[in-house]
Design a protein around this ligand. Structure first.
Ligand SMILES: Cc1cc2nc3c(=O)[nH]c(=O)nc-3n(C[C@H](O)[C@H](O)[C@H](O)COP(=O)(O)O)c2cc1C
Length: 187
């Protein structure tokens, strides 16, 4: 593993004022030293279709797959939609889960941090558990603890900034644990 650790952040929301995208930007500012962090948004990812896949991955999908391949770990910030993850996130994971022409599987073996923010009282807990289920077949390695399940996000973010200090601390702890988890898995 190189001296600088690469983490790619993926937001499960397309919303302009998304709390989850804002959470990734907060994570960028809270990242431990020695981490290069890039955020990917999913606006350009088409709906998965095996007929399209047969003609090659669309360029936005290729870009996503490459960013994941080049990263040492993935950090997903997901909303909870109807007790699950948003379709756009599942769709992107479906694209990224497919073997490439040389058999490469970008998600396989990747350490994964899962964080999420909801305006409700459960802080994406149920959606995060669905995401963990999906990561079994993609053969990712999610970090178990500390969990980041941000409740009542409208009270903790304003103007795109995560201002709630206890929440910032939990996020920071998660990032430190993700870095340690990534280093441990690379041994
Ligand atoms: C289709 C839909 C389903 C939702 N379902 C849930 C839910 O099951 N649990 C929850 O806590 N919030 C739910 N919400 C509210 C989201 O927590 C809220 O919209 C949140 O701001 C979405 O994340 P974002 O700000 O990153 O876009 C739902 C919102 C939508 C649009």
């Amino acid at each position: 593993m190189a001296d600088t650790l690469k983490i790619v952040g993926i937001s499960g929301s397309l919303r302009k004022d998304s709390y989850n995208t804002a959470l990734l930007w907060a994570a960028a500012g809270l990242m431990p030293d020695g981490v290069e962090f890039n955020i990917i948004l999913l606006h350009d990812i088409p709906l998965f279709n095996e007929d399209v896949e047969q003609h090659g991955f669309p360029s936005s999908v290729q870009h996503l797959r490459q960013a994941i391949s080049e990263a040492d770990a993935v950090l997903i910030a997901t909303p909870e939609y109807n007790y699950s993850i948003p379709g756009v996130l599942k769709n992107a994971l479906d694209w990224a889960s497919r073997p490439g022409s040389a058999g490469e599987m970008p998600l396989s073996g990747k350490p994964l941090g899962i964080i999420g923010a909801s305006v409700g009282a459960y802080g994406t807990a149920r959606g995060q558990h669905h995401l963990r289920q999906v990561t079994v077949n993609t053969n990712m390695h999610p970090l178990n603890k500390p969990e980041v399940m941000i409740t009542f996000a409208d009270k903790k973010f304003s103007d795109g900034q995560l201002h709630d200090e206890p929440t910032r601390k939990v996020v920071r702890n998660h990032l430190e644990a993700l870095v340690a988890w990534t280093k441990r898995l690379s041994q």
